[in-house]
Design a protein around this ligand. Structure first.
Ligand code: AMP
Ligand code: FE
Ligand code: FE
Ligand code: ZN
Length: 280
């Protein structure tokens, strides 16, 4: 991983080992603190498991942790991921729904391991589970296993070839639609924001449908966005009354990507998001 240099104070999109990140929640928050982050959302996929540890570490290092989760959806809209902020990490009913999503993740990864094996790639499910260390399973764990075995030239390259949607090894997700994801976050008192809108197909058709069920934010500030994509998101935020959010989407895997606190997020974002609690 790259050396630690200074970043910005707010990061509303980060992942730990409780899902597909490489660092434990404590290590992640320590790294964020060392980068100068003061407010961090832990947004692990389909789990609340890291929030208590992140919050405890944050308290000792002066980092406010916003409890969050990221719901990756399955639909004709491409990669529409929904971030849910200010959820309650003790919410048992929400945890039930997330457990179902994690079980589906496990079955999907098992099926993909089977497909890879049938194609001649000898990745071992036991090794994939070791890499995940009990976190919500995802393609990043498979990417790591493929890379270790030398089947791809880099961790990131696995996503362009063997793990891509058009690969014969690919298995679709069983899960929520984008509308169901926004609704789930709202039903549990959270504030939903659409993650990295550049990966959505038909963004301008989808956005009004999500706003109708309570979408409150749009991730305008994102490392992989072009200036045009950021401007487009800011424009949609204005016309649809959405709060522009932003974050690194740091996973700590692969060679590239944005480091913690790597994108500027305006300080008023937190207050604006908080004001949308309970108001769809
Ligand atoms: P899954 O939820 O199992 O479909 O895996 C999706 C996850 O894979 C995302 O949340 C990212 O962490 C990661 N990912 C997807 N595409 C890429 C890519 N091109 N390069 C690196 N990581 C990726
Ligand atoms: Fe991820
Ligand atoms: Fe995402
Ligand atoms: Zn993410």
């Amino acid at each position: 991983m790259a050396a630690i240099t200074a970043g910005y104070a707010i990061d509303l999109h980060t992942h730990s080992l409780r899902s597909d990140g490489a660092l434990s929640p404590a290590e992640l928050v320590k790294r964020a603190a060392a980068r100068g982050v003061k407010i961090q959302a832990l947004s692990d996929h389909d789990t609340l498991a890291g929030i208590a540890e992140a919050t405890a570490t944050g308290e000792s290092l002066g980092v406010r942790i916003i409890p969050a989760t990221e719901l990756n959806t399955e639909s004709e809209w491409g990669d529409a991921h929904v971030l849910g902020y200010f959820i309650d990490p003790q919410d048992a009913a929400l945890e039930d729904r997330l457990r179902w999503l994690r079980e589906n993740r496990g079955r999907r990864i098992e099926l993909m391991v089977g497909n890879l094996n049938a194609l001649g790639y000898a990745v071992d499910l036991v090794r994939v589970l070791e890499i995940a260390q009990g976190g919500a399973l995802g393609r990043p764990h498979l990417a790591q296993a493929l890379f270790e075995k030398g089947y791809v030239k880099s961790y990131d390259a696995a996503f362009d070839t063997l793990l891509a949607k058009d690969s014969p090894a690919y298995v679709a997700r069983v899960g929520l639609s984008p509308i169901e994801a926004v609704t789930l976050v709202r039903e549990h008192g959270g504030v939903p924001s659409l993650a990295h809108p550049g990966t959505v197909l038909g963004l301008d058709e989808l956005l009004p449908e999500l706003v109708a069920v309570g979408l409150a934010g749009i991730e305008a500030y994102y490392g992989e966005h072009t200036p045009e994509m950021t401007a487009r998101c800011l424009d949609r935020a204005r016309t649809l009354d959405l709060v522009p959010t932003g974050g690194s989407d740091f996973h700590g895997r692969g060679d590239h990507g944005t480091d913690l606190g790597g994108v500027f997020v305006p300080p008023e974002t937190i207050e604006r998001l908080e004001s949308r609690r309970g108001r769809a």
